[in-house]
Ligand binder design. Structure first.
Ligand code: CP
Length: 324
C-alpha cells in the first residue's frame, strides 16, 4: 500500500519515546522499513538526497551510531557526528541554544544523552526533527527494530506474548513494553521488587495495551513470567552511567539470567532477543545467545531498516512510497 495523507503527518515531528508515535504510525514505519529492507540497494531511491543528519553522542555507541550513518548514506544523504567533548546537552550551553544552532545546519538530529529532560528541552527548541538515540528514560529506535524483528519471524504482532526478564525499569524495557502493548503484544516482566517498573508506569502500560487486547503483568518468578511466551527478552543488568550499581544489580538479578532451562519454559518456537551489547554468562547464557532461538543479530540489522524508515517518514511527505 502507498502512503496515505495520514502517514504524511509524521513529517517534521520528533520521536523521543515510542508514544510520540500512534499505533498506526508505528505500523507505517514498520511497513516502510520492511519495504526498504526487501528492496535491493540498487533499487532504493535516494529519498534523502541533499539531507544532513547531525548525531550528538554523550555516551558510547556501536549500533546506533553506525546504523544511522550507513542509513543516511544509503538514502543519498550525509551524517556527521559530534561526541561528548564537543557536545553535552545542557552543560556547555543550554539545550535550547544548542538546538537552535544545530537546526540552522542540519535537517534532523539524533541525540544520545544521559538525562531525558534536557533532551526534551532540546527537542522543543529545535526546528528540525529530533530522534532519541537513547536516554535514561527511553530507547525508541531499539523498540521499533525489535518489533520489526518479531514481525519478520511471526508475520504478525497482535496476539503474541513477550517476557522481559531482568532489570525491568531500564530504558530498553520501557520502550519495548510500550511498543509491544501498542501493537497488541502482551508483556510480562520477570524481576525482583528492586527492579520492577513503578506502579505508575505499569498503569500507563495497561492503558496502552487495553485498546489492542494486550495485557501487562510483573512477576518475581522468572519462570512464571516466561511460561509459554513467544519472545524472551533481556538486557545488560547495569546501564551505562550506573556502573557503581553493578555489584548490587548482579546479586539481585542472578536468578533472572536467561538460561537454556528458562528458555525451555517458553513456547517451543520462542525467540531469544537482546538489544546488545551483551555480557555472556551474566544476563544470558552463551548457549542461548549463540543458539538457534537467538535473533540478536537480526535485531541489530533491523536498527538500520527502521531508522531509515523513520528518517524518511520525518523528512519527506512519503508521497508514492510504499508503507506496507
Ligand atoms: N543497542 C544499542 O543501542 O547499541 P549501541 O549502544 O551500540 O548503539
Amino acid at each position: 500500500m502507498l502512503a496515505t495523507v495520514a502517514d504524511a503527518a509524521l513529517r517534521g515531528r520528533s520521536v523521543l519515546t515510542v508514544v510520540d508515535l500512534s499505533p498506526s504510525e508505528i505500523g507505517t514505519v514498520l511497513g516502510l522499513a520492511g519495504h526498504l529492507k526487501s528492496a535491493r540497494a540498487a533499487d532504493q531511491l535516494p529519498l534523502l538526497r541533499g539531507k544532513t543528519l547531525g548525531m550528538l553522542f554523550e555516551k558510547p555507541s556501536l549500533r546506533t551510531r553506525v546504523s544511522f550513518e550507513v542509513g543516511m548514506t544509503q538514502l543519498g544523504g550525509h551524517a556527521l557526528i559530534a561526541h561528548g567533548s564537543d557536545f553535552m546537552v545542557g552543560s556547555r550551553e543550554s539545550p535550547e541554544d544548542a538546538a537552535r544552532v544545530l537546526s540552522r545546519y542540519v535537517d534532523a538530529i539524533v541525540v544520545r544523552t544521559h538525562a531525558h529532560e534536557p533532551l526534551r528541552r532540546f527537542a522543543t527548541a529545535a526546528t528540525v526533527p529530533v530522534i532519541n538515540g537513547l536516554s535514561a528514560a527511553a530507547h525508541p529506535c531499539q523498540a521499533l527494530a525489535d518489533l520489526l524483528t518479531i514481525k519478520d519471524r511471526f508475520d504478525t504482532l497482535a496476539g503474541l506474548r513477550l517476557a522481559y526478564v531482568g532489570d525491568s525499569r531500564n530504558n530498553v524495557a520501557a520502550s519495548l513494553a510500550e511498543a509491544a502493548l501498542m501493537s497488541g503484544i502482551s508483556v510480562t516482566f520477570g524481576c525482583p521488587p528492586t527492579h520492577r517498573p513503578s506502579e505508575a508506569f505499569l498503569t500507563h502500560l495497561q492503558q496502552l495495551g487495553k485498546p489492542h487486547g494486550a495485557t501487562v503483568r510483573a512477576f518475581t518468578s522468572a519462570i512464571r513470567a516466561v511460561r509459554d511466551v513467544d519472545v524472551v527478552y533481556t538486557d545488560i543488568w547495569t546501564s551505562m552511567g550506573e556502573e557503581h550499581l553493578a555489584e548490587r544489580n548482579a546479586a539481585a538479578l542472578l536468578p533472572y539470567r536467561v538460561t537454556a532451562e528458562l528458555m525451555a519454559t517458553a513456547a517451543r518456537h520462542a525467540l531469544f532477543m537482546h538489544c546488545l551489547p551483551a555480557h555472556r554468562e551474566q544476563e544470558v547464557a552463551s548457549e542461548v545467545i549463540d543458539g538457534p532461538q537467538s535473533v540478536v543479530f537480526d535485531q541489530a540489522e533491523n536498527r538500520l531498516h527502521v531508522q531509515k524508515a523513520l528518517l524518511v517518514a520525518l523528512l519527506t511527505d512519503l508521497r508514492g512510497i510504499p508503507t506496507q
